[in-house]
Design a protein around this ligand. Structure first.
Ligand code: PMP
Length: 381
């Protein structure tokens, strides 16, 4: 099988990730922070090292400001529900995934004033509209670092600067960029960073996290046992315990730690360069098919390894089905949980076929994918 659905979740994982999960279950399968025995201590240490590896990758000063979550969705809900109150203004964009869109609509129904900044047909943000929205002095701005539909990279550092000028909280959904794009929370003005552990960070599903610069501003979404201050029935104020309760996904986090260490050892830039070279190859090959339209901006420097296309106005599901059935190519079709983005780029009716190369794909595989799409197009698509 040729796996080109890395924007949903990366596969395969580096060998060290499989090994780390196995090793964790066998040798530190205890409850971290809850026992004085050696296995519990080993699990606690592993969790801390995972936080440190993530802090190194995102240039976070204090690793304890990172909390582990189930996924990026969980982290985004934690941020939005923990920060926004009725009467607050929240700015977001028209390219958001439902992880943001649905959280935003939820708080809107509770009385939060929501401003949605429009995006252009190529997926790029209307920066003038964003400047005008920030002038409304919102409590927070929430947006993705890159679109999961078009791969468009958003001007995060520029918007981070705007939010700092008016004292707004800047929440970034890095589900599509963590582990591949450069992220420096201080330099980019990011106050809260939500990320998936199972995509670019190469960890297993069921992992993700949230970096919070000012933890006291965030009301915990869930409270309970932390292993610390057990004599008290009050949630600890200190991080990460303030926002992290219950037994963690220790084996998953062990896998995530191995994934992040793999990125740090391989060099994030090298991973990004390989993914972008494969993406360029894919874009060049698809460009030669006259009935095919690639969506999103044409400038390769402004996008991630995500290529969304439509063929002759045909339903994207049929094309993805043919790729799977006849060529064993795994991709994703439809709306990719992002109806707002499809509305913005004009593909709400057909959806798009999304091909997302990852670090472990090869040039040969990309060649096979291009040949398969060419054949499907020649058959009338
Ligand atoms: N935001 C974006 C931009 C995404 O692409 C995704 C995953 N498709 C999410 C949020 C949700 O991520 P997770 O599956 O880790 O909850």
């Amino acid at each position: 099988m040729i796996y080109l659905d890395n924007a949903a979740t990366t596969w395969p994982k580096p060998e060290c990730v499989y090994q780390a999960i196995d090793h964790c279950l066998r040798t530190m399968g205890a409850n971290p922070g809850r026992g004085g025995h050696s296995m519990a201590r080993a699990a606690s240490l592993m969790l801390y090292e995972a936080r440190e590896a993530l802090a190194e990758l995102f240039r976070i000063e204090d690793a304890n400001q990172i909390v582990f979550t189930h996924n990026a969705t969980d982290a985004i809900s934690m941020a939005v529900f923990g920060l926004l109150c009725p009467g607050d203004t929240l700015v977001t964009t028209a390219m958001e995934h439902n992880a943001v869109a649905r959280a935003v609509r939820y708080v809107e129904a509770k009385g939060v004033h929501v401003v949605i900044v429009p995006c252009k047909r190529d997926g790029q943000l209307d920066m003038n509209a964003m400047r005008a929205a920030v002038m409304q002095r919102p409590k927070a701005v929430i947006m993705s670092h890159a679109s999961n539909v078009t791969g468009t990279i958003m001007p995060i550092a520029e918007i981070g600067k705007l939010t700092k000028q008016i004292g707004a909280i800047f929440i970034v959904d890095a589900a599509q960029t963590a582990g591949v794009e450069a992220i420096d929370v201080a330099a980019m003005g990011i106050d809260l960073l939500a990320f998936s552990g199972h995509k670019g960070l190469l960890g297993p599903q069921g992992t993700g996290g949230l970096y919070v610069s000012e933890a006291q501003a965030v009301t915990p979404l869930r409270v309970g046992g932390t292993g610390s201050l057990s004599e008290s029935d009050k949630q600890p104020e200190f991080m990460p315990d303030r926002l992290e309760s219950g037994t963690p996904n220790t084996p998953g986090i062990a896998g995530l730690k191995a994934g992040v260490r793999f990125i740090l050892d391989t060099g994030r830039e090298n991973i990004q360069a390989k993914e972008m070279a494969l993406t360029q190859l894919l874009l060049d090959g698809l460009k030669g098919i006259p009935t095919l339209t690639v969506h999103g901006n044409t400038d390769i420097a402004g996008r991630t390894a995500v290529v969304s296309f439509t063929l002759n106005g045909k339903d994207s599901g049929q094309i993805a089905h043919a790729l799977d059935r006849d060529y064993e190519i795994a991709c994703r079709s439809g709306l990719h949980c992002a109806p707002w983005a499809h509305q913005a780029i004009g593909t709400l009716k057909t959806g798009t076929v999304r091909l997302s190369p990852g670090y472990f794909n090869t040039e040969e595989e990309i060649g096979q994918v291009i040949a398969a799409v060419q054949k499907i197009a020649a058959q009338g698509g």
